[in-house]
Design a protein. Structure first.
Length: 253
């Protein structure tokens, strides 16, 4: 089974993450997404991108059952090198969030320009409940989407927002019934596609000015904090509690 299903229909390109039900990512998956986005930068017929996924959840982030994500800094460094590439591409991206966009999966959703959600959607920057630090540039992208105060609240509490709550604070741009998610994404793509493509790309570049450089800088700091916290007892407790679906008992060590 292919991890990604890629296609172009008219002026819209489609990226479907195909690792159901949780659609966990790794550096290879993000690299493939970046490759396709860069290909579409060169495709003058492509004017918008729809990013969606197969199965119950949009993306549940990294798979912490994998030993590489438990212990190896190199796995995160490789991942973040690829993540920066997403922010250097030029075509508008619409993310379709049918279930959970959690942890690094929230970071993927925030790499998009727009997020279409439903009542069943779930958004969480759940890093603090893992005794960990946010990554994937979420330090930059989350405050840009919801404001500094709401971002701080989400990050420090690991709050889990339903689709309606996410829409109310601006994390989701549209809220529709689950069966209408793709329809709404296609409607938005059509609106973008009807505008002058060179103008759209110029406007997007101006609004996003400097974000890729900011992301490239911040992921280095995020990684250094993750490296430090990965060695703590609290991180081990956070991962263990998450896998066992219970509340962690942190000691501050």
């Amino acid at each position: 089974m292919e991890d990604l299903v890629l296609s172009v229909q008219g002026h819209t390109a489609f990226i479907k993450i195909n690792r159901p039900p949780n659609n966990y990512f790794d550096s290879n998956l993000i690299s493939q997404i970046a490759d396709f986005l860069e290909e579409q930068d060169k495709n003058i017929d492509c004017r918008s991108i729809i990013l969606h996924s197969e199965g119950k959840h949009f993306c549940a982030g990294a798979d912490f059952t994998k030993s590489s994500f438990k212990n190896e800094s190199d796995a995160y460094a490789a991942l973040y090198d690829q993540a920066v590439r997403l922010f250097r591409t030029t075509k508008p991206i619409i993310a379709v969030i049918q279930g959970a966009a959690v942890g690094g999966g929230l970071g993927v959703a925030l790499a998009a320009d727009f997020r279409v959600a439903c009542p069943e959607s779930r958004f969480s920057a759940n890093f603090s409940k893992l005794g960990f630090h946010q990554g994937f540039g979420t330090t930059i992208t989350l405050p840009r989407a919801v404001g500094a105060q709401k971002a701080k609240w989400m990050l420090l509490t690991s709050a889990r927002l339903k689709g309606k709550e996410a829409f109310e604070i601006g994390l989701a741009d549209y809220l529709v019934e689950k069966d209408n998610l793709m329809e709404k994404a296609l409607e938005l793509a059509s609106e973008i596609n009807s505008a002058g493509p060179l103008g759209v790309q110029a406007i997007r570049f101006t609004v996003n000015e400097g974000i890729a450089d900011e992301i490239e800088k911040i992921v280095k700091w995020e990684l250094s904090e993750q490296d430090r916290l990965r060695e703590t007892s609290d991180f081990k407790e956070g991962i263990k509690a998450s896998l066992e679906r219970k509340e962690p008992n942190f000691k501050g060590s």
